[in-house]
Design a protein around this ligand. Structure first.
Ligand SMILES: NC(=O)c1ccc[n+]([C@@H]2O[C@H](COP(=O)([O-])OP(=O)(O)OC[C@H]3O[C@@H](n4cnc5c(N)ncnc54)[C@H](O)[C@@H]3O)[C@@H](O)[C@H]2O)c1
Length: 203
């Protein structure tokens, strides 16, 4: 896949996989916009060492305005948005427990960040992608969505939502309907492409 000069927005990029996505995409020539509730300074340092330009924003994916601000920053810095990687999620921060012992606030937080967060970021990015004539969205799910986790029902439920999450938005974005399902391996990700020809593909 050629990513040189593509503008890629990545959520949850202060550490972990998001940071790796940012660094490796920058090393391949992409211009990345990294967002996180935490400071992305370390990621930006790595991006600058690895490749061309990058930009960072404070992002809370649960806030639609914050998601729009990330996309606005990408357009302001690089003129367009070619791709969005919805990576931000709660997992390690969750305590878990048997299904009837999960804290209600933690259940809500998992759904709000892991599911609504993707919705917010898709809503923010699609208008810019339409304007550019094309765009790709990658939603990070988890194998846990398929095999389940006895002590992580909130996490697995949220990720199961992600595996099917974009079928409807992709259909709406393209006007043509979406096919296939999202893959649950974090390395082979649920994605949708929105093209000028108004075709949509889920891989
Ligand atoms: N690490 C794994 O083994 C694994 C396995 C399967 C799936 N995944 C998925 O891959 C993705 C990344 O996993 P990771 O291990 O790097 O996670 P991580 O916890 O290391 O990083 C997640 C990032 O998301 C950020 N974040 C949390 N809430 C946010 C919010 N409201 N707005 C913006 N940013 C927010 C965090 O600050 C953090 O930097 C997640 O979607 C996770 O569910 C990871």
């Amino acid at each position: 896949m050629e990513v040189r000069d593509k503008v890629v927005a990545i959520t949850g990029a202060a550490r972990g996989l998001g940071q790796e996505f940012a660094t490796s995409l920058a090393a391949s020539g992409a211009r990345v916009v990294v967002g996180d509730v935490n400071d992305c300074a370390d990621t930006l340092d790595r991006v600058k060492q690895a490749g061309p330009e990058g930009a960072g924003v404070r992002l809370d994916v649960t806030d639609a305005g914050s998601a729009r601000a990330m996309i606005d920053r990408a357009v302001q810095a690089f003129g367009r948005v070619d791709a969005l990687i919805n990576n931000a999620a709660l997992y390690g921060a969750l305590h878990g427990g048997r299904f009837d012992a999960i804290d209600e606030a933690e259940w809500d937080a998992a759904m709000t960040v892991n599911v609504k967060g993707i919705w917010n970021c898709c809503k923010a990015a699609v208008p810019a992608m339409r304007k550019a004539g094309a765009g790709s969205i990658v939603n990070i799910a988890s194998l846990a969505a398929t095999y389940g986790m006895p002590y992580g029902l909130h996490y697995t439920t949220s990720k199961a939502a992600v595996t099917r999450h974009f079928a409807a938005p992709a259909a709406g974005a393209s006007g043509k309907g979406a096919s296939g399902g999202s893959k649950s391996n974090p390395k082979s990700l649920g994605s949708a492409q929105i093209t000028a020809a108004e075709t949509t593909r889920n891989t």
